[in-house]
Design a protein. Sequence first.
Length: 312
Amino acid sequence: MTALPHVGPATAEAGAAPEREWRPPSYWPFVIPALVVVLAVIVFPWAFTIWMSLNEWKVGSPTTFVGLANYLRLPKDPRFVEAVAHTLVYTALSVLLPLVFGTFAAVVFHMNFLGRGVLRAIFIMPMMATPVAIALIWTMMFHPQLGVLNYLLSLVGLPPQLWVFHPSTVIPSLVLVETWQWTPLVMLIVLGGIAAIPAEPYESAQLDGASLWQMFRYITLPLIAPFLFIAAMIRMIDAVKSFDIIFAITQGGPGSASETINLYLYSVAFTYYDLGYGSAIAVILFLLIVALAALLLHLRRRAQWTETGGGA
């Protein structure tokens, strides 16, 4: 019987794989420039904005640290509270209406008919125009005496409207411009979702005698729900921070009837030169966008859970 050789500690250590010397990853030279750009373009401006919001800083005056005083001042500012209300109303309408009309347009353009490609190209043209050009054209169309919109109303026997020149109609009028411009974007997103739906569910529904509305309600709409959430997210973020169209058409007027948070921020920072208070408004605007985006994501996750639970 052969005795097994004794393996001591020294032998075990010698048999172990040698530890590799740590070396920096080879991809660091490619990562560092991107990291520097992110820090310079995103992180530093936001950090500097937060720092400014904690100071009283007006152009031409020294900065004074005031802590949360600028934030505590916001709820007591009636103009800011009014701007928040205008922003929420404007955002809700600017998301809902393009979703409804964009989904309807996607269903229509998914059908096969003569000239569909040409009509699609014409339909998406509004989202290609520059905001200032759109604002100038719609301002002329909104004119109470010379605008084409009141002329069209007169053809069907409706009284003329003041459109953007009256506080009660200015936000719906601006939403009309927003809907006209961004419904094509929603249409393209939803159209991609409809095109990805297989034909088998529709064929089965037709054999069961389902109507067009029932097929849309129980087949198309649930399957394009993820695309609708994506479109709603994009539209929500864009509508909350909307500035160019509103500023070019009304500049927040008449009075402050169409002044959103972004316009009030512009007035505070670049008209009254109160950079500290304006920075606090910018931080609140960012938090509002994050909160609304988180709400949409929560609704999407809840909808997924409901669909999973319902199908179990």
